[in-house]
Ligand binder design. Sequence first.
Ligand code: NAD
Length: 259
Amino acid sequence: MGRLSGKRAIVTGAGSGIGRASARLFAHEGAQVVAVDRAEDAVDETAALIRKEGGTVSSVAADVSDETAVKAFVEHCIAEYGGLDVLYANAGISGGLVPLQEQTVGYWQEILAINLIGPFLAIKYASPHMIRQGHGSIICTASVAGLRANAGGTPYSASKAGVVSLVQTTANEFYGTGVRVNAICPGLIETGMTKPIFDGARARGSEDRIGQLNPLKRYGLPPEIAQAALFLASDDASYVNGQAIAVDGGLSSTHPFAG
Ligand code: NAD
């Protein structure tokens, strides 16, 4: 028996990085998974990997900031698997490092729409099913950049601080429903999002300097975040609610520029 046997889970941003690792781990632990990403080929590739590993998965190409599409992928999970127990709202974009005076309203709106309104919409449409059945686990990917001052990327950090507030407030709003709501705050993880940092460092021959400020003296890998998501998704976390849990090797506890 896997730790998620019998559970139905949606994972967004499942075409790459943390989302792909989490979808694979959830399926490996027995969940029936709906893998969602706006990159259709990438999410289909994730689904193919999961099937090859013996898991049960259905892939959906959708934009998490599109309300109609979010409602549809939640309904797809209910229709396909007969319910929904775990929502992992993980999809996000970084927006890069743009000096504040050069940032436009459109730049802010795009980041907030995906990173903050995306999780809100997924919670809005997933939670009624969970509340009706009296249990459910909602997980959002925030960031250590939402907990501590970050070196640049203002709208990204603001969006992730918003996600921390979203989960804390929602956990309280869902008082007495049995639905838990938590956030994971990753530190620097090697994924598609951080590829430019890693590519740049490798080109300079300075890869070993990435992560040097971290108490573990290294950066993190997607499966290390997926393990935290698995814990929060599972009944092992039955008394963990309204938390923003840093999974960052200790970076946010030691360095002001945590992101
Ligand atoms: P990634 O780029 O490897 O994966 C993100 C996935 O989300 C991609 O497949 C992308 O296509 C998808 N996506 C982006 N916008 C979308 C949208 N509007 N609708 C649907 N899918 C969309 O990056 P990652 O590092 O795995 O990012 C996952 C989450 O982790 C993000 O929320 C990110 O902010 C957060 N995070 C990452 C790090 C890190 O160091 N990598 C650190 C802290 C937080």
